[in-house]
Ligand binder design. Structure first.
Ligand code: CO
Length: 213
């Protein structure tokens, strides 16, 4: 019987997917149900058009994922810092990727002046970032170009925010990992552009370095 509700399509597709996986690899689920050893932590935007595994051709078990609006690493966000600590200290990921995307609605909302409710607070840091790079951003003429410039600046800033955490600095000091990467995905062409990278042990401005880790 054909599904009648939209969500039923998802459950039907899930059954087909599970069957297909088993046909390809009969041990697939029993292997994954015991252990996960992902090499990557992905911090991306919640946007439905940027699915971490699809655009990177990775399989279940390969990427540990955290997504929020505008891929922000906020100091006081217990959610992302729990994900980060678990990924670094227990899963021992080798790479952390902050992946923004051109045309990000969250970043654009931070530039525009419409009040959107609680999201105003979530995007406040992005407004601060705009303010700090005002000259560079305002060289761009259209709202689309301004947004894309701020998308890149935001990814770099969030990579820096990761490096400022004790979790990252401790792993850098004792385990020479993880590598931090800032990427931007193009909705228009499906291509990821790397925009920055930080190797383990990269020096930060002095005030951000903990000396007793
Ligand atoms: Co977005």
């Amino acid at each position: 019987m054909e599904p009648t509700n939209s969500y039923e399509r998802l459950l039907k597709a899930n059954k087909e997917w599970a069957t297909e996986q088993l046909n390809k690899d009969p041990e697939f689920f029993s292997r994954l149900s015991h252990i996960q050893t992902p090499e990557f932590l992905w911090i991306g935007c919640s946007d439905s058009r940027v699915p971490a595994d699809k655009i990177t051709g990775t399989q279940p078990g390969e990427i540990f994922v955290h997504r929020n609006i505008a891929n922000i690493v906020a100091n006081t966000d217990v959610n992302i810092h729990s994900v980060l600590e678990y990924a670094v200290d227990f899963l021992k990921v080798k790479h952390i990727i902050v992946c923004g995307h051109y045309g990000c609605g969250g970043i654009r909302a931070a530039i525009e002046k419409n009040s959107l409710g609680i999201i105003n607070n979530w995007l406040r840091g992005v407004k601060d970032l705009y303010q700090n790079h005002k000259e560079e951003i305002e060289k761009e003429s259209s709202i689309e170009e301004k947004t894309n410039k701020l998308v890149e600046l935001n990814v770099k800033e969030q990579v820096l925010n990761l490096a400022k955490t004790s979790v990252i600095q401790k792993a850098w000091k004792h385990d020479q990992r993880p590598h931090l990467h800032g990427w931007v995905y193009g909705l228009h062409n499906g291509i990821i552009k790397p925009v920055c990278e930080m190797e383990p042990g990269t020096k930060l401005d002095d005030i951000y370095e903990f000396n007793d880790l």
